[in-house]
Design a protein around this ligand. Structure first.
Ligand SMILES: N[C@@H](CCC(=O)N[C@@H](CS)C(=O)NCC(=O)O)C(=O)O
Length: 255
């Protein structure tokens, strides 16, 4: 029996939700509304001490970190593998996952938060928002959220844009001459990058578009058209999970 604590199927939650669907694994879904700060409820903090989704629960144990949850699922349930059979291919997948975890996810989240986040939070009354912020369990997370609510600075957003443009170039160059990001088949690398890349065309139209990154755009559409991906992206509450974002927890680790 698998249980997943997740938010909308975007970013890190999307990675695990797509992986589960691709592998044909049933799970019971626990939706946490990150923009209502449900991830800071005491019962969820028992599973994730920093209040981050996604968390997979299997056999009485809680698993965190999307990259490692997906690798765990692929090892524990070997049917329909999403890791290449050869060592070189698996190394390639891990390098892409690290790229997403170390920086791409944070920069995309900053751009998406600044486009969509503040609007979503405006549903909360001002008093409710400040008490929710004070309940955030760690000082670092509290500060990241407070800064995000105040609004990210121009300099921070400009830096995120430069980093995302470089990432889009790297992804485009990998996909020029190769159908998938790692090895010769669709893998956890495609799932990891897609789950953030999907935010970009409307946010970064100047450098992520059919004209600027044609191979990456074709790849994004091919991933989005997979039945498992289509199904995963309907398992939230919003019709389009890519018009909402959270500030992202990786900045504090990445700077
Ligand atoms: N390193 C984590 C990051 C997960 C993550 O970014 N989670 C976001 C939602 S997509 C979150 O839980 N945000 C809640 C918060 O920041 O309070 C992973 O890869 O699983």
């Amino acid at each position: 029996m698998l249980e997943l604590y997740h938010w909308e199927p975007n970013g890190a939650s999307a990675r695990v939700m797509i992986c589960l669907e691709e592998k044909g694994l049933e799970y019971s879904s626990h939706y946490l509304d990150v923009l209502a700060f449900e991830q800071h409820r005491p019962e969820f903090l028992q599973l994730s001490e920093t209040g981050e989704v996604p968390v997979l629960v299997h056999g009485g144990a809680a698993y965190t970190e999307a990259s490692y949850i997906c690798e765990f699922l692929d090892e524990a349930f070997p049917e329909r593998p999403l890791m290449p059979a050869d060592a070189r291919g698996r190394w390639e997948v891990r390098v892409w996952q690290k790229y997403v975890d170390d920086g791409f996810s944070a920069s995309v989240s900053e751009l998406a938060w600044s486009a969509y986040g503040a609007r979503a939070l405006s549903a909360l009354a001002p008093g409710e928002l400040s008490s929710a912020l004070e309940r955030i369990p760690t000082k670092e997370r509290r500060e990241v959220w407070k800064a995000a609510v105040r609004g990210l600075g121009e300099e921070q957003l400009a830096r995120a844009r430069v980093r995302v443009e470089a990432a889009a170039g790297k992804i485009e160059s990998q996909l020029t001459g190769s159908q998938w990001l790692a090895g010769s088949a669709y893998s956890l690398a495609d799932i990891a990058v897609f789950s953030y890349f999907k935010y970009l065309p409307p946010l970064c139209a100047g450098f992520v578009s059919d004209a600027a990154t044609p191979h990456a755009m074709a790849w994004m559409r091919a991933v989005a058209a997979r039945p498992a991906v289509r199904s995963a992206l309907t398992r939230g509450r919003m019709a389009d999970p890519y018009v909402v974002a959270a500030p992202g927890p990786e900045q504090i680790r990445w700077g």
